[in-house]
Design a protein. Structure first.
Lengths: 381, 334
């Protein structure tokens, strides 16, 4: 036990026993955390200076962080490729919209709806997980993809014979978050400081994000997290070690889905309008790209991936369009198309050249390296 | 009974297209045990390339007979798709043959996005009205004047599919190439020892599947009269479901699965509205009866749920009989 030997063996020898960042050198870590907190607290006001749009973009980026972290539980931790993840986001968003809008005349407070949304999304997760547990990776991918499409088709068509989702028109005038008369939907002034609507949400999202990150880190190193990792690496061996693989996989689906459900509820409240258009396959693939790009299984990697794929397209939107105008006098290629091409190429190039992601988790990295070494078996399934 | 006959004809037509696409999935799966996720995009490219050729030829004076235009267009689309299929294998599958299973799947998803967006740049995001070079002629199947019909386009699609399937079976079971293909599917290492160039066979399998996909793309677009850069996605998924239904890796299974899937979809879309019409329950509830007076079509599900059937079939097959109707492989290896 060499707790008293700082500086020695800093390389990650045993990933399972890796302590949380900040545990090793408390003083510097705390200073870092405080500086980061201050920077994040000031950030929205800096961004407002550039343009309010950037605060909104940041809020969406944080939402994508939630989604990517949720999907990371399913794909990164448990190794189950889910291509229909956006369905849970949709379920959460519609739960919030139906319970807090004039559509049914219900206006429940958000702290009641968000857990309900998480619960319903969780039920959907189990509903999807239960019949597909036995399937191998690529089959699972296709079935989840189909599930996502089914949910979208239902959202699109459940306006008849009873109007549940209002069909393709979507649901409007959704309530913003309210706490005792304090509404997130309006700007507030504190002294001479104007805190605009997106900034309100920014702080709320930031606090939830921190909680979610801590939860994920704890989860990864917990008994459950280790069980997921064992299942990912070798399901049969995991079962032999006494892990209840069925329950563990279901738990991964359920937890991933509830994260999606909560993110959906927040999306609903922020946008105040939702329609099935927001829950299409492309969104699922985008969240998956974030997880893959950042590094499957690594919480911070996934956040880097989510932030990167949220901001870069926006930067492109503001640069590619004008650049094309300047060069050719017209927009040759829609920035949206460039964004999608970028996603596609990112997925391909990452898998070919850095399959473990930008910030790979130690285990994943090892897995890909042994797989690439010549002479090592033939395509271990 | 006429609705039934009509939906059956539509279903068989649709099923022929699914079967041709499903063959592409099943051949690739049989040989490398991987799902070619971007196969649907190859179908789309086939339809799109043929579209451009048809528009160019039809606009150039129209001296050629319609069948020749269609044939030239299809014969142009086939090599283009074969090249795309070959490149897909080289980029997405070959470098990752040793990697964990999810890796090639993710590259294939990436390439399918890239292909879709390239198509979007070339052929715009609008649905393209597919030129009907062959005038549709309906033939009556029953004696009644407004009975079920079958069009010449439908007959053409079904006939061409049968010819292609027969050709494929001959290729696989009666040629040296077919023997090599089956050998690689059974055991690549031993096939390699017997002097078979495994990589060449795998590339050829992808190209062969892509050639079939090109024809399927032209058939699908001609049948529906529209082509779109996203048309390959749903078509590919349904064809994949068909391949699983028949037993993936099995050629006859893909054909059977395709036909069944087409019929399930057509009959499902034709009858689900009537079957789930709540007005049948009017006797049970006065409130319901009241509503049905004004609105006799109180259907729980309508034909707009057509796309759901394929997925439901897929999930049911995977849960209850993962090896499919004719397959022997098990799909639950970890």
């Amino acid at each position: 036990m060499n707790h008293s030997a700082p500086g020695m063996k800093t390389s990650v020898a045993a990933p399972l026993a890796q302590p949380l960042p900040g545990v090793r050198r408390p003083a510097t870590a705390w200073i870092g955390i405080v500086l980061l907190a201050v920077a994040l607290a000031v950030l929205p006001f800096v961004l407002t200076g550039i343009g309010t749009a950037w605060v909104r973009i940041t809020n969406l980026a944080i939402l994508y962080c939630f989604l990517a972290l949720g999907l990371n539980i399913v794909v990164g931790f448990a190794g189950l490729l889910d291509l229909g993840y956006i369905a849970f986001y949709g379920v959460g968003a519609y739960t919030y919209a139906l319970l807090a809008s004039p559509h049914f005349g219900l206006h429940l407070p958000f702290w009641i709806i968000l857990p309900i949304g998480a619960l319903i999304a969780c039920l959907f997760g189990v509903l999807l997980g239960a019949p597909t547990l036995k399937l191998r990776g690529d089959y699972l991918a296709i079935v989840t993809l189909g599930f996502g499409e089914i949910v979208r088709i239902f959202l699109n068509n459940l306006s008849r014979p009873f109007n549940l989702t209002n069909g393709a028109q979507g649901i409007t005038l959704i309530d913003p978050f309210r706490i005792d008369g304090f509404t997130f939907g309006k700007p507030h002034t504190i002294g001479s400081l104007v805190v605009s609507t997106p900034v309100n949400y920014y702080y709320f999202l930031l606090i939830v994000l921190v909680a979610v990150i801590v939860l994920n880190l704890r989860l990864q190193n917990s008994r459950v997290g280790r069980a997921w990792e064992a299942i990912r690496e070798d399901e049969i061996a995991a079962r032999a070690m006494g892990i209840n693989t069925r329950n563990m996989k279901l738990l991964a689906f359920a937890m991933g889905a509830s994260f999606g459900g909560i993110a959906g509820g927040m999306f609903s409240a922020m946008q105040q309008f939702i329609s099935p258009e927001s829950f299409v396959l492309v969104e699922s693939i985008m969240v998956l790209s974030m997880v893959v790009l950042g590094g499957m299984g690594n919480v911070f990697g996934v956040i880097v991936g989510a932030l990167l794929l949220s901001y870069v397209p926006e930067v492109l939107r503001y640069t590619v369009g004008p650049a094309q105008m300047a060069l050719f006098g017209r927009t040759l290629i829609d920035p949206e198309v460039i964004r999608m091409l970028m996603f596609g190429l990112a997925l391909v190039l990452m898998m070919l050249f850095r399959p473990a992601g930008i910030l790979p988790s130690a285990v994943r990295k090892r897995e890909f390296e042994t797989a690439r070494r010549p002479g090592n078996g033939q395509g271990t399934p | 009974m006429d609705t039934f006959l009509q939906q059956l004809v539509n279903g068989v037509t649709l099923g022929s297209v699914y079967a041709i696409v499903a063959l592409g999935y099943t051949m690739v799966y049989g040989i490398i045990q991987l799902i070619n996720f971007a196969h649907g995009e190859v179908v789309m490219l086939g339809a799109m390339v043929a579209y451009s050729v048809i528009v160019a030829l039809a606009g150039a004076g129209g001296a050629l007979p319609p069948l020749a235009i269609l044939a030239i267009a299809t014969l142009t689309a086939i090599p283009v798709c074969m090249v795309v299929g070959y490149l897909l294998e080289r980029v997405a599958y070959r470098p990752l043959r040793r990697a964990p299973r999810l890796a090639p799947l993710i590259t294939a998803i990436g390439l399918s996005i890239v292909l879709q967006n390239i198509a979007l740049i070339i052929w715009t995001r609008n649905p393209l009205p597919y030129p009907q070079v062959i005038a549709t002629v309906p033939y009556r199947l029953t004696a009644t004047p407004d009975g079920a019909t079958i069009t010449n386009v439908q007959i053409g699609i079904i006939g061409l599919s049968i010819v292609m399937m027969a050709g494929l079976l001959l290729l696989v079971y009666r040629t040296r190439f077919g023997v090599a293909m089956r050998a690689v599917a059974q055991n690549p290492q031993v096939a390699g020892l017997m002097g078979i160039d495994i990589n060449r066979i795998i590339s050829a399998t992808f190209a062969l599947g892509a050639a079939l996909a090109a024809v399927a793309g032209v058939m699908d677009a001609s049948y529906y009269g529209v082509a779109h850069y996203q048309m390959g996605f749903l078509l590919g998924l349904k064809a994949f479901s068909a391949a699983v239904l028949g037993g993936i890796g099995n050629l006859a299974g893909a054909m059977l699965g395709g036909l069944l899937m087409g019929m399930i979809e057509a009959l499902g879309a034709g009858y689900v509205g009537e079957l789930t019409n709540l007005c049948h329950l009017s006797g049970w509830s006065d409130a319901l009866a009241q509503r049905c007076v004004n609105d006799p079509h109180l259907e729980l599900f309508g034909s707009n749920y057509q796309d759901v059937f394929a997925f439901v079939v897929l999930i049911l097959v995977l849960v209850f009989r993962p090896s499919g109707l004719l397959g022997e492989r098990v799909s639950d290896r970890a």
